[in-house]
Design a protein around this ligand. Structure first.
Ligand SMILES: Cc1cc2nc3c(=O)[nH]c(=O)nc-3n(C[C@H](O)[C@H](O)[C@H](O)COP(=O)(O)OP(=O)(O)OC[C@H]3O[C@@H](n4cnc5c(N)ncnc54)[C@H](O)[C@@H]3O)c2cc1C
Length: 483
C-alpha cells in the first residue's frame, strides 16, 4: 500500500468494484474491504437484477411506475428515471464483461418478482450476486490502476487540504493514506438487528463515518424487512428464500397451513415486500402464532431443483426438502433504503466525498425497495460517481496538511454492548414501529453511543463496528420517535 492515492473506495461489493472499473485508467485507486473480498451483501443476492432489456413487452414507464408504487411514491422521481433509463446499459456492460445470466434458446431468461408487472429480472440461477462478484473481481484484477486490499477497515476519515487522510486498520496495524477523493461503498446495516439476511460486514461503518463528517443522513428508518427468511436456521444470519420463489407460484400459509394473504392485499403473495411482511405480522397477531410457511410443492420437483438449486440445497441441509414440504419462514431485517444522502452523481454534501450502493440514499427506493432494484442502483450510481470523479481529474499530489494521529490504544470495550443495541432496535422497530419502546430506549442508546465515542477504548474492528451500530441505531430510534 502506498502513502497516497487519487481515489479511495471503501468497500468491494458490486457498488465499490463497479465504481473502480469505471474510473479512467490514469487514476490510481485503492479499494479496501473489511474482510475477504467475497464477504458482502452483494455475494448473497439471489433473485437478480431488474432492467428493461426488451422494449416490446416492457417499457421504462412501467419499470418507473412499479418502482414508485413499491416506494409509496416517496421516491426521488428523477433518480428513478435515471436508474431505469441508464440501468440497461450497465447490465449489458456486465454481461459483456462475462456475467453468465440464465438463457432460454439463447435469449435472456427473465423472471418475475413481487411488485413487477413484467418479467424483467435477469439472473444466474438463484445466486446472481455471486456471479456478478465473480465477474467484477476478475475484471478489477486486470486493471493495473486498481489496488485491492482485503481485511482492511476504514476507522477514521479526516478532511485535509485537497482531500482526506484515511486511517486504515489492516493485518499489519494502522496505516494512514492521503487521498484526493473518497467513495463510501460500505453496504448495509443488518447487523444492528438480532436477525438479518445481511453478511457480517453490514454494520453501517460508512454511514457512521459520513455522519461524523457532517454528511446528511436520510431516512434510516426506511428499512425493508424481508417476508420470507428461513425461520428454523441457527445463528444471526438468516437464509433468504428469494422473492422469485413466490414469482414462480409459491404460496404463503399460516400456522393452520391455510393461505391468508387475501385477508390483507388483493395482490396476494406478489404484493411488495413491506405489504407481505406487515401482513405476516398482522396474521401472527391474529392467530397468536409465529409459524408461517412458503409452499412451492405443487411445482414439478425437477423445475424447483433446477430453478432454485442453492435454496433447495440450503433447505435440505436444514432438514427441509422443498419439493415435498412447505418451508418455515418469518420476516427479518433485509435492506436499507435510507442512508448517506447523495445527488444524481452520488456526491454527498461534503466536498470530495461520494457514497454508492446500499450505504447511500439516492432516493430511488422511496419507502420500500422494489425487488432487484438495488444491484441496479449500485451499478448505475457507482458508474455515475466514477464519471463525476473522472471529470475532476483527481491527483493524490494535491493532498497536503498533517494527518491527525488518532488514539488507538485504551481499555478493551466492555462486552455486551452490541447485544444491547440489537435488542433495543429489535424491540423499538421490527416491521411495525413500537413508539413506546423507541421512546423508552432513546436516551439509553444515546448513552451507549456517547460512551463509545468519548471513552478511549482500544480501537479494533469490534470497537469500530460497535461504534457504527450505536451511531446508526441512535439515528433510527430518533427518526422513529420523531416521525
Ligand atoms: C440475502 C440477500 C439477497 C439479496 N438479493 C438481491 C437481489 O436479488 N437483487 C438485488 O438487486 N439486490 C439484492 N440484495 C441486496 C443487494 O445485494 C445489496 O443491496 C447490494 O449488493 C449492496 O452492494 P454494496 O456494494 O452497496 O454493499 P456490499 O456488497 O455489502 O459491500 C460492502 C463492502 O464494504 C466493505 N466495508 C464495510 N465497512 C467497511 C469498513 N469500515 N472498511 C472497509 N471496508 C468496509 C465490506 O467489506 C464490503 O466489501 C440482496 C441482499 C441480501 C442480503
Amino acid at each position: 500500500m502506498r502513502d497516497k492515492y487519487d481515489v479511495l473506495i471503501v468497500g468491494a461489493g458490486v457498488g465499490g468494484l463497479y465504481t473502480a472499473l469505471n474510473l479512467d485508467a490514469n487514476i490510481n485507486a485503492l479499494v479496501v474491504c473489511k474482510r475477504q473480498l467475497k464477504l458482502c451483501n452483494s455475494s448473497l443476492a439471489q433473485g437478480g437484477v431488474a432492467a428493461v432489456l426488451d422494449t416490446v413487452n416492457d417499457s421504462y414507464e412501467l419499470h418507473v411506475k412499479d418502482t414508485l408504487i413499491a416506494g409509496g411514491y416517496l421516491n426521488n422521481v428523477e433518480a428513478v428515471e435515471t436508474l431505469v433509463e441508464e440501468g440497461p446499459g450497465d447490465v449489458r456492460k456486465i454481461i459483456e464483461m462475462g456475467a453468465n445470466f440464465d438463457r432460454v434458446n439463447g435469449e435472456l431468461n427473465k423472471t418475475l418478482e413481487g411488485g413487477h408487472c413484467r418479467r424483467r429480472i435477469v439472473h444466474h440461477k438463484d445466486s446472481t450476486g455471486e456471479e456478478m462478484m465473480r465477474t467484477l473481481i476478475a475484471a478489477v484484477k486486470s486493471h493495473k490502476n486498481i489496488e485491492i486490499v482485503e481485511d482492511t477497515a476504514l476507522c477514521f476519515l479526516d478532511e485535509t487540504s485537497g482531500g482526506y487522510y484515511a486511517t486504515l486498520l489492516g493485518a499489519d496495524g494502522f496505516k494512514t493514506v492521503g487521498v484526493s477523493f473518497v467513495v463510501l461503498a460500505t453496504g448495509g446495516i443488518g447487523r444492528v438487528y438480532q436477525y438479518t439476511t445481511n453478511s457480517a460486514i453490514a454494520t453501517g461503518d460508512g454511514i457512521a463515518i459520513a455522519a461524523d463528517l457532517g454528511a446528511s443522513i436520510k431516512n434510516l428508518h426506511f428499512i425493508q424487512f424481508h417476508p420470507t427468511a428461513f425461520a428454523a436456521a441457527k445463528g444471526r444470519e438468516r437464509f433468504l428464500i428469494s422473492e422469485a420463489v413466490r414469482g414462480e407460484g409459491a404460496v404463503l400459509l399460516n400456522n393452520e397451513h391455510k393461505r391468508f394473504m387475501d385477508r390483507y392485499d388483493e395482490r396476494l403473495e406478489l404484493a411488495p415486500r413491506d405489504v407481505v411482511s406487515r401482513s405476516i405480522i398482522l396474521e401472527s397477531r391474529r392467530t397468536g402464532s409465529e409459524s408461517f410457511y412458503l409452499d412451492i410443492t405443487h411445482r414439478e420437483s425437477n423445475f424447483i431443483k433446477d430453478r432454485f438449486p442453492m435454496i433447495y440445497e440450503r433447505c435440505l441441509h436444514e432438514g427441509v426438502d422443498i419439493t415435498k414440504s412447505p418451508i418455515p419462514i418469518f420476516p427479518c431485517h433485509h435492506y436499507l433504503m435510507g442512508g448517506i444522502d447523495v445527488d444524481l452523481n452520488s456526491r454527498t454534501r461534503i466536498n470530495r466525498l461520494y457514497a454508492v450502493g446500499e450505504c447511500s440514499h439516492t432516493g430511488v427506493h422511496g419507502k420500500n425497495r422494489l425487488a432487484s432494484n438495488s444491484l441496479l442502483e449500485a451499478l448505475v450510481f457507482g458508474r455515475r460517481s466514477a464519471d463525476d470523479i473522472n471529470k475532476s481529474s483527481p491527483t493524490a499530489g494535491s493532498v497536503t496538511g498533517k494527518p491527525i494521529i488518532h488514539q488507538t490504544d485504551g481499555a478493551p470495550m466492555p462486552s455486551g454492548m452490541r447485544t444491547t443495541i440489537r435488542r433495543m432496535l429489535q424491540k423499538a422497530y421490527f416491521v411495525i414501529p413500537d413508539i413506546d419502546s423507541a421512546l423508552k430506549y432513546s436516551s439509553e442508546i444515546e448513552d451507549i453511543k456517547n460512551r463509545l465515542y468519548r471513552n478511549k477504548f482500544k480501537v479494533n474492528t469490534d470497537y469500530l463496528e460497535a461504534r457504527s451500530l450505536a451511531r446508526v441505531a441512535s439515528i433510527i430510534i430518533g427518526e422513529v420517535v420523531n416521525q
